[in-house]
Design a protein around this ligand. Sequence first.
Ligand SMILES: [Zn+2]
Length: 87
Amino acid sequence: MLFGRDPRKKALLELAMKQVEKVLKEMVDDGKNLEKLKFKKYQKTHYTNCICTKCLKAKRNKNPHQRGLLEDGYKVYVDVEDEEQGG
Ligand SMILES: [Zn+2]
């Protein structure tokens, strides 16, 4: 299940989704066409020469997914086509 069994996690997710909803509404108000909406998950990890405990462990386990994270999130964007209608 998406929410798991932890009620705090559920509350946090609901709060986060409200914020996402707000952003999406702002995009609609800006005249964006949400039919072209795309979500993309991304992670930015520490540099390859980083020696923090997480990165050292990742190196030992040869698993780059265990590296320390600088950013962890997602991008929301509208896939814009070049053909514009009207002015
Ligand atoms: Zn690191």
